[in-house]
Design a protein around this ligand. Sequence first.
Ligand SMILES: C[S@@+](CC[C@H](N)C(=O)[O-])C[C@H]1O[C@@H](n2cnc3c(N)ncnc32)[C@H](O)[C@@H]1O
Length: 481
Amino acid sequence: MCEACFELASLDLIQDELPLVLDEEADHTYAASIEDYSHKPYLTREALSSTKFDDMKSNAVRLASYAPVEHQLFSLSFDSTYFDIPGRAPRWASHSGTDYHGTWLPQTVRRAILRHTRKDDRILSNFLGRGTDAIECFLLQRRCCGVDINPAAVSLSQRSCSFETPPGLTTAEHRPIIVQADSRKLTGALFADESYDHVLSHPPYKDCVAYSLHIEGDLSRYTNPLDFQEQYDKCVRESWRLLKMDRRLTLGIGDNREHCFYIPVGFQLIRLYINNGFELEELIIKRQRYCSAFGLGTYLCVQFDFLVFTHEFIATFRKVPRNSNDKMDSFDASNTKSQMRITYTCREIPRSPIARKSVVMGTVWLFKPSSRHSFAQLCTSRMVERFGKDESNWEHVELEIISDNDDSSLKPSLANIATDSMVVEDEGLSISSYEIERQKRIDENRLALLQLVSSLSTPFIHINDDLTYLFCMAGVDIRPQ
Ligand SMILES: C[S@@+](CC[C@H](N)C(=O)[O-])C[C@H]1O[C@@H](n2cnc3c(N)ncnc32)[C@H](O)[C@@H]1O
């Protein structure tokens, strides 16, 4: 134990609770002592898994479950780009939400593994924490290499994966390799170029949680957003180097605040991936519940009139050749041949029956637009309700882009689009089979959409917002002639 840790150590925190023996009758088999790895002072919480493992006997624990049980299955369904598990998210096997700060949900990890990898695939978890990724890989027979810079995390992960396994569930070769290393620079035989089929990355959300006080290279110690990004860029480059071409990386990330400023850590990191040869394939907003800092966060938000953080992002990237992806870098407004029409409407803010500041609201707002109220109306109304001031006014500003090329004659007709969409242009570029398949699916979807639009576009149909949206997507002009 290094000196700084020794000073920090408080042995009183280590509890002598009885181990949780889930099956009293079970024969425990000897695994290995992991006591030497324990580095308790780094832990941001006290529990240290003492309820789950019997270190005194150095026995492996037989778990109560090795996969989500039937009544937990509901928590695994991701059916849209918004993911929320109402209540406390269920856990299984040796997952725990309480002995390490900032664990991500096993549901997120299981989904990524099942969706993007096959049995025996090699998976890198470059911010392992207490081992969520390693546990899931082990249970699902993927070969995981888990990396964390913090010895406490390494120790905890070893514990998390040291359970007895029932025959037939998994094999020794799927037992994860857990190493203490810096994900900014991974060297050695384990980290050869293009040797991984998937990367699971759940880094610190900048300095949201301090994982250590003095570990050199711990990303949670970079408080300045630019310094953090500069360091994280190295991890992104390493991920690109280690991942096989066309394979995916799953990122879990959240935003935070510095003083009074909102720091969009999530978007900043997503930008780094895109700039370094990753294509963003999917972005899921995950509702965050039961964060340990929720109490303090809520207090500060009420004090300073902010929204409480209740969102995180789960992003899926695909590795593509560097510089081949669309970086979406430049939007030069001066280059667009369009004008902006701006209209201003002044409205009164109704008096609120309660102090607006006392309303605790999160960063996730759900709306149900209807034929009476559009999404824009509902959103504006909530903004005014939450951030308005009694007996004052608010101004409704509407922007409309009028393009010089806004000539309906230039717009392709339904028939034209339908035919064009079938043409596969070959400009001599080498396109991967994945890309060809993807383009084919896009074309099929577009065609299905156009057929749907054509079947709806009769004079008897009331043009509502959804329909307008469909027409816009299909490039069909629906303005009255
Ligand atoms: C958000 S936690 C990961 C939690 C994990 N997903 C879990 O479920 O337990 C972030 C982890 O990144 C680790 N970390 C910070 N900087 C690192 C670096 N340069 N290399 C490797 N790990 C690092 C921290 O020690 C911390 O354990």
